[in-house]
Design a protein around this ligand. Structure first.
Ligand code: 8YV
Length: 322
């Protein structure tokens, strides 16, 4: 008897997760590092499940191409802005994601990216390696310190809360955050719930750790960038489209803000001719927020378990309700 089929739309998924799937399914793993839409469309017909990432758009066209066998999408991410929930609903398809297991890794990346950007680590590293380290003067390679600063976190879910906890140990002077509701854990740290415009105006460091959806797209727009302090540093570990990137580029070029640390951008990968590539005060990471070996392994196992639960008709470990 033929077994149900899973399409793994990513390469180099930890083998432990593929093994879990292989016990129950026929598994087809895409063989290119950057899996194209065309490859997925070719391989998806007849699949019971798709194991995907934020770079795979899951829309009605893809669902129709998969056909009635498709019952579950397991995304290897906490974010699911790449998934058309209305289309899933229409065809009765369930969605699993990977919250919690990645919280600490992403919060670690956030803090690291903030420090690297404000204290100019990559610029300094480049100087050392290219013979730029000559006389050391007191103001050479100085950046703004985090101690005594105002930090604003846009979106205080699990990742934002963990980031807030870590940054509190840096003796910041004030912690501001936005959220739909007050977060007791952030309040206990002294965090003040404010409106986004107040946060943007008052913060020395602005961190975006909010999910992308129709309400948050371009939450950092031209007007809000104009309200930022002239030394403000913006860190984004959510999704590129939270920021109007053209407006950000303009502000950075005109030195109207201090800098930006971006783990996510538009598009990904960022073209080499993007003006962001040439800016000393911009640190770019290739969407590695959750990229610790342990975390990626846990995410892969959880994605596999979410898919297996649908086959077993049991509760998914992490199901997106919509
Ligand atoms: C990616 C992410 O899934 O969790 C998310 O929403 O964007 C990341 O963790 C990860 O980089 C691998 O695709």
């Amino acid at each position: 008897m033929s077994r149900p089929k899973v399409l793994v739309a990513m390469k180099l998924v930890p083998e432990i997760a593929i093994d879990l799937l292989r016990k129950r399914f026929d598994v087809e793993v895409c063989d290119s590092i950057q899996v194209t839409r065309a490859e997925i469309m070719k391989k998806v017909p007849g699949k019971f499940a798709i194991f995907c990432s934020p770079w795979n758009k899951i829309d009605e066209e893809l669902i129709k191409t998969a056909g009635p066998s498709l019952k579950v999408v397991g995304t290897f991410s906490v974010g699911y802005d790449h998934v058309d929930l209305n289309a899933l609903k229409k065809y009765g398809i369930r969605l699993g994601n990977t919250p919690d297991v990645l919280t600490e890794a992403v919060a670690e990346t956030t803090v690291g990216l903030l420090i690297a950007t404000t204290r100019r680590f990559f610029e300094a590293n480049h100087a050392v390696k290219t013979g730029g380290w000559k006389d050391v003067t007191p103001v050479w390679m100085c950046g703004r310190g985090i101690k005594n600063s105002v930090v604003g976190i846009v979106g205080c879910g699990n990742i934002g809360t963990s980031t807030a906890k870590k940054l509190k140990t840096f003796e910041i002077s004030q912690l501001l955050y936005t959220s739909r509701t007050e977060k007791p854990a952030v309040k206990a740290l002294g965090g003040k719930l404010v409106a986004i415009d107040e946060l943007v105006e008052q913060s020395d460091f602005i961190i975006l750790s909010i999910a992308l959806n129709k309400d948050t797209k371009f939450i950092i727009n031209k007007e809000r960038i104009a309200k930022m302090k002239s030394h403000a540093v913006l860190v984004n570990i959510g999704r590129g489209e939270l920021i109007d990137q053209d407006a950000l580029i303009e502000a950075l070029q005109e030195k109207r803000i201090g800098g930006a640390g971006l783990d996510v951008m538009t598009p990904e990968p960022l073209p080499l001719d993007s003006p962001l590539m040439k800016m000393d005060n911009v640190v770019l990471l290739p969407h590695i927020g959750s990229a610790s070996i342990e975390t990626r392994t846990e995410m892969a196992i959880l994605t596999a378990k979410n898919i297996i639960a649908v086959l077993d008709n049991t509760a998914m470990p992490k199901e997106v309700q919509f």
